[in-house]
Design a protein around this ligand. Structure first.
Ligand code: ADP
Length: 544
């Protein structure tokens, strides 16, 4: 049949005939209900962040058809997830679990292997199973977004508890946490803050980790370790299991908070600034994951297209960015530090005074009087996020190009002037080479920082997509040569990034593969995710 506007021939996973695949799907429909198994035979629609597709990556860096699902299934509980897994084993069909699929910049909802059956856990498994106001914990299913958790806590009137949200609040708490995403309150290291998982293994058994393994326990969400090996780690950034429940700790309302914003004039201020930040952050005077952002991104975050400022190709010149910045309420600068201090006023006062005297040691540094900033200013979006209030203002810089999409370069480094300078230079050179605007933001964890560089590109422009990907590939390798590794990466770069972790002849990947083969002998679960390929895929040209 010809493929017209209304219909696409669904992709079929490699290694199974179309008819057999459709028969297998019919069997699954019998088990889950026909309405809970959807063949991906409609045109691929991108939607937008809040109405994103679950069939592919709406911000694709390759042709959209490359990493596309053959079908999407919607389990309603753990038992149904187990049934799907057993079904996949029976027919050797690759399955790819997503929670909500809003992992934009890292692959969205797309599976790594074309034609995988996507398990969209979030659609029907979206309950907050528990919020415990005494222990400050909760237990969530994959479809609970940061917004939903925030709203549930507000509705119950639990003013004494905060959640922690990443830059964008529409994603899944569970999905973000097991991909080791971060937020901006003192509880920003989501993985470190979780406690207890329920996991369906690739062969269909369900396990509970930590105290969850003890029947009748009452500490699953308050003591993460349980007894014996701590197994949770292997279910983060992996393809060893499908997480169906997760415990999360909640932050006590600190009894007051205050955001602050400092600007620094020169590019070279980055190095001394990092030297000032490190001891303040490690000693918790700077209390949250701070952002040191470059002015180019600040201009883009205003939501206007780049063409408003500059209509030629090639990176936007510095003088144009500075002229634009000079007209904003924050004023001209090169770096901006967005931070927050927590606690009642008298506690904050001491910390803020220390920060102020340290930051102002840099010539030209300015403390912005934030009371003068209009309500729509980006600063207030940072303020909300750092106070645990979900937000989506951050998306605005995607308007920078037509059909704006983004993909991230996110290396980890020490909090040190020399490292910040080296990464900045490396990033700038690669962006210049490919004619791309450079949006660096240093996110200071505790003893390390992630440089987050979002490359914004026109996803309908093949050349722009290629430039973005080539730039990113160069960055990953060049950074690795200097000792910097990614903390997380896009589906398309997983093989490359995994290869940079090569100490002792790739010993860590050999170990990962051993685990994969033991846990998933038929190699059905998310093959290739994080560079881990099951035996029957290895050495057969799947890597990219
Ligand atoms: P979010 O909507 O929070 O951004 P996603 O659902 O896109 O998160 O999840 C990010 C990635 O983590 C997915 O692409 C998938 O590989 C993995 N993942 C998400 N949820 C699960 C889960 N419940 N079990 C196993 N892996 C998952």
């Amino acid at each position: 049949k010809p493929i017209n506007e209304r219909q696409r021939l669904p992709v079929v996973p490699q290694g199974i005939e179309r008819d057999d695949f459709l028969k297998a799907l019919a069997e699954l429909k019998g088990q889950l209900g026909a309405e809970h198994v959807e063949v991906n035979d409609k045109p691929l629609r991108d939607g937008w962040y809040m109405e994103h597709p679950n069939t592919h990556d709406m911000m694709t860096i390759l042709d959209e058809e490359e990493l596309v699902a053959s079908a999407v299934v919607y389990p309603s509980n753990t038992e149904e997830v187990q049934e799907i897994v057993r079904w996949a084993n029976k027919y050797r069909i690759p399955i790819f679990p997503i929670s909500m699929g809003r992992n934009l910049g890292y692959g969205g909802a797309a599976p790594r292997v074309r034609g995988s059956v996507t398990i969209d856990l979030g659609k029907r498994m979206n309950k907050i199973l528990d919020i415990n106001p005494e222990d400050y914990t909760c237990l969530v299913e994959p479809g609970v977004s940061f917004y939903a958790l925030y709203e549930a806590i507000q509705e119950k009137g639990y003013d004494h508890m905060w959640i922690d949200s990443p830059d964008l609040g529409g994603g899944s708490v569970l999905g973000n946490t097991i991909d080791r995403g971060v937020g901006y309150t003192p509880y920003g290291d989501h993985w470190a803050c979780h406690s207890g998982l329920e996991v369906v293994l690739p062969t269909g058994e369900a396990i509970r980790t930590g105290m969850g393994a003890l029947p009748g326990n009452n500490t699953w969400q308050s003591f993460p370790y349980g007894f014996g090996p701590y197994s949770d780690g292997i279910f983060s950034q992996s393809n060893y299991g499908i997480v169906t429940k997760m415990g999360m700790t909640l932050m006590p309302n600190p009894g007051g908070y205050e955001s602050f914003l400092y600007t620094f004039q020169k590019e070279e201020d980055l190095a001394p600034l990092m030297e000032i930040i490190r001891p303040l952050r490690i000693s918790n005077i700077l209390e949250n994951v701070a952002q040191v952002r470059h002015v180019t991104q600040a201009i883009a975050a205003r939501g206007l297209p780049r063409a408003t400022f500059f209509s030629s190709s090639g990176p936007i010149p510095n003088n144009i960015i500075h002229a634009a910045a000079a007209k904003t309420p924050v004023g001209d600068h090169t770096w901006a530090y967005y931070g927050m201090s927590y606690g009642p006023a008298h506690i904050r006062a001491h910390k803020l005074a220390l920060v102020d005297s340290e930051f102002l040691k840099i010539p030209g540094a300015k403390k912005i009087d934030t009371s003068t900033l209009p309500p729509d200013e980006y600063f207030w979006a940072r303020d909300r996020v750092a106070a645990g209030v979900p937000d989506i203002h951050e998306l605005r810089w995607v308007n920078w190009t037509p059909n704006g999409a983004h993909i991230a370069f996110s290396p980890v480094s020490p909090i040190r002037g020399t490292d910040a300078t080296a990464l900045f230079a490396l990033g700038k050179a690669a962006h210049d080479k490919y004619g791309i605007d450079f949006f660096p933001a240093f996110c200071v964890g505790l003893r390390e920082m992630h440089l987050i560089v979002e490359i914004v590109f026109d996803r309908d422009d093949v050349k722009a997509r290629k430039a973005a990907l080539d730039c990113l590939r160069d960055l990953v390798d060049e950074a690795a040569e200097l000792g910097y590794g990614e903390y997380r990466t896009h589906l398309v770069l997983m093989d490359q990034v995994a290869k940079t972790y090569s100490w002792n002849d790739g010993a860590i990947m050999k170990f990962n593969e051993k685990l994969k083969d033991a846990l998933d002998p038929n190699g059905i679960l998310a093959p290739g995710r994080c560079g881990i390929w099951p035996k029957r895929y290895r050495g057969r040209g799947w890597e990219m």
